[in-house]
Write a protein that binds this ligand. Structure first.
Ligand SMILES: [Zn+2]
Length: 362
């Protein structure tokens, strides 16, 4: 035993190790369901279910280019990221009032709570709304009200991350940052999303440098469809603290070694990757090998209304398709989600203790 290791920590670690080794695979689905976890990659506009899109369209007196909920859901057959984005932006067009943003976020938080998500860091895309004439304040006020209600009513803590749309210009990103500054305290960090091809991280180097000066936490989508080079530049040019997706790092051993050495989190989204054809099937997903390479990989839902499932569906479908994933991997994924979050150290320790207890009792 290392003499500097607190004895109680060693005892707990030994208890967990023993518990993890003895949990059979057939008990994993129930354990995956009830273990506490954090979600770090959820676009709140991607949680808009067809039923809510139709309800909001009706409330706002808008007509949709789909005749029914079923017709809209049937259109969710994507061949790549762009084919998804086209429908995603059409769905978001029903969001007009503060109440719409509040209702959308609360619908997500209720599903998250049911999946034992104790903490969520939500992406939102202000430009998707401000470009349609919806004021920035309408978006952020509705979302902030939902964040407060989620803590109060559901016991789910949440933070907001503002994403810049990378297919738009650097100038547009700077304008969005200006609009955000009066609301600075409501936003923990900034991210980068939308179509990756042809929009490398370097395009936003100056925006991210300014955001860092302003104290925002930094994340970016990289290595979903884009090459490993985009992950390198997200790290070295944007100086991000998490990589969103990042699964394509596997093609670059030096990059994998660096990500492991730095414990750089990857927010992996299994169902999204299969739905957008990043992997042909879940059985081909590299989640297990990322974990076995020592990476701080996490599981997340990305755009759950469009990709066929929320947090626990992502866990259970990945574990069902990948027989090499064990209780040890499940515990590691949940522990990684807390480690990679932007919550405070004391809160992280409380969640990790609850996680260990859930496995010790399994
Ligand atoms: Zn995403």
């Amino acid at each position: 035993m290392n003499p500097t290791t607190p004895p109680e920590k060693t005892a707990m670690t030994a208890t967990i190790d023993a518990a993890l080794a003895s949990i059979p695979r057939e008990r994993l689905p129930a354990l995956l369901q009830r273990m506490p976890k954090a979600e770090l990659h959820i676009h709140i506009e991607g949680s808009l279910e067809p039923e809510l899109i139709f309800a909001l369209a009706q409330r706002n007196g808008l007509s949709l280019p789909y005749t029914s909920v079923e017709a809209l859901r049937a259109a969710y057959a994507f061949k790549d990221l762009q084919s998804f984005l086209d429908i995603y932006y059409a769905g978001a067009s029903v969001l007009l009032t503060e109440e719409d943003f509040f209702d959308m976020a609360m619908a997500y938080f209720r599903r998250a709570a049911a999946d034992h998500v104790v903490h969520a860091e939500l992406f939102f895309d202000p430009q998707t709304h401000t470009d349609r004439g919806v004021p920035f304040a309408t978006v952020i006020d509705g979302l902030t009200r939902a964040v407060d209600a989620a803590q109060r009513e559901l016991g789910v803590s949440a933070l907001l991350i503002m994403c810049f749309l990378r297919h738009l210009s650097e100038e547009a990103a700077f304008e969005t940052l200006e609009q955000a500054l009066p609301h600075r305290k409501k936003i923990i960090g900034v991210g980068l999303d939308s179509g990756e091809h042809g929009n490398p991280p370097e395009k936003f180097a100056r925006v991210f440098a300014r955001c860092k000066e302003l104290g925002f936490r930094l994340v970016a989508h990289a290595g979903e469809e884009g090459p490993p080079a985009y992950i390198w530049s997200a790290l070295d040019v944007l100086h991000v603290e998490r990589i969103d997706h990042g699964v394509r790092c596997a093609g670059d051993p030096a990059l994998v070694a660096r990500l492991a050495a730095e414990r750089m989190p990857l927010t992996v989204c299994p169902l999204s990757n299969v739905k957008l054809c990043v992997f042909k099937s879940m059985a081909e997903h590299n989640l297990a090998s990322l974990l076995d390479a020592g990476l701080c990989a996490t599981v997340n839902s990305d755009d759950p209304a469009y990709f066929g499932g929320y947090m626990n569906a992502n866990f259970t479908e990945a574990f069902a398709a990948l027989p090499q994933l064990t209780a040890r991997h499940a515990h590691r994924l949940a522990a990684n989600s807390f480690e990679a979050s932007f919550a405070g150290a004391a809160q992280k320790l409380r969640w990790k203790t609850a996680l260990d207890a859930a496995f010790a009792q399994a």
